[in-house]
Write a protein that binds this ligand. Sequence first.
Ligand SMILES: [Zn+2]
Length: 215
Amino acid sequence: MTAPATPRVTRDGKTLSARMWAYLEASYRAAGADPARYLHVSQGSYRADDPVPASGTTHNGGGAADLRTWNLPDAVQADLCRRLVVELRRRGGCAWYRDDAHGGFAPHIHVILRDEPGLSSSAAWQCREYDAGRNGLTGGGRDYHPRPPQETFRVGLPVVHVVARAAVTRGRAAAQLGVSVARFLRFNPRFIAKAPRPGDAGRGPPGGRVVDIKD
Ligand SMILES: [Zn+2]
């Protein structure tokens, strides 16, 4: 089942859904990595909407993120990467650590949050590969990470906060527009449309004959 859409948020120029951000933050916290310090998205979702769209298609829709790993402390980097993959998976993500040996990539964690709306077709394909116990690469190799039971990530307080903040911002913009319009009309009263008042219906032009219509 697909989760309801949440507003898009952009940080460091990377766009994800508010739910996806909350999901990543929750996974980092569970893995023991402070998201404020260590969560860096090197590629987000919705790349198809970028001014220069990505060449690949996996990140063109919702639910996709690449996570920076070189910024994790050296001494615990490998262990932390493993824990992050497990926590991302536990919350409904199809996550893999990618590096030169796994797909020929610069090291990062690639994740698809499986029930986000609007997955690209290749992201959806990777989720099916995950379910088949494979590594999500075109070669169709075996999965190489632990496979915890997956749960649906529930929108918690942080994302409610983000949604509420978006609504407040929008409300404030609307109020601001209202104030500007009111100010404009105060100085330009000729633009004010005269609302008809009760009894106006049958009234003729000033000085003309008043015709009362009663029915
Ligand atoms: Zn990726």
